[in-house]
Write a protein that binds this ligand. Sequence first.
Ligand code: SF4
Length: 346
Amino acid sequence: MSAKINNDVVTEKDTLVKISNVKKYFPVKGGILRRPINFVKAVDDVSFTVQKGETLGVVGESGCGKSTLGRVVLNLLPSTSGHIHFKDEEITDKSTRQMRPLRKEMQMIFQDPFSSLNTKMSVRELIEEPLIVQSNFSKEERREKVEHMVEKVGLRIADLVKYPHEFSGGQRQRISIARALILEPSFIVCDEPVSALDMSIQAQVLNLMKDLQEEFNLTYLFISHDLNVVNHMSDRVAVMYLGRIVEIASNESIYEDPLHPYSQILLQSIPTVSEENQDKATLSGELPSPLDPPSGCAFRTRCPFAHDLCKEVRPELREIKEGHYAACHLYNEDNEKAFTKQGEIE
Ligand code: SF4
């Protein structure tokens, strides 16, 4: 079976990860009996595929649910409903024990390498630990693999005896990357992997991740609030707002012709060197509470195009241009703009 995704015909054998209608709701308890009285809809009916060897970027403001989505995709957090497939195998309801054989194939790189690394362990112990837990390699084989990997991430064999506090933030993230790669995974969720680093170091770590992706044929789900970083890394981009994907397309299509008003405003507000002092469109208002999202389109309280229909009906994600999907009433059934600004029908 084949499908058309972002101008490329892909077959199902190209798909590494597929998530369908996934929801993750966190109960909010109240009353004397501490029963659920409401739910935070952190991930709300999200579907997408990730193709082998590609990077799917997920971008959105802090609190939009993208980090929760990353953990749900890896089944580190159980989903409330929906289906998650990895290599054609449904992993949605697998227990920790059932996930164990798959864990070495699916890894995560976290935002803050200092808190994700055990500071009492040496670099050698940190990189070797996944091999001890998840493989049957001999001590000598493990030593060889660790020494090979530490050099692959740009550190030295002499660094293996040191401890995390002896390194800079960028070097610590290299240790995290080595630890994630030592089991030779095929899929890595990268959750804001450079946002804790200085700008000057970010590019080095991102380029390292790209080189390693090519060398080890890795597939990334790359989560970030930074559109420049996502642009640098991704083949396709999903824009997330209040737990839902509002737009998804190839990197070129989103950055050259964003269709959803939220994406348009996010992109217009990226600072560039030449335009730093120019007037920019900025997002007005706060991200609404996921406990009490607006009716209809969740973006309507901040959208310059909001219309009566937007209040009443939630727009579904649909293909507006070939391979380019957006959830917005701005486009009619013929995929032409139905109205231009607030309350004005074209
Ligand atoms: Fe704006 Fe309406 Fe589109 Fe939502 S559906 S983004 S409120 S135009």
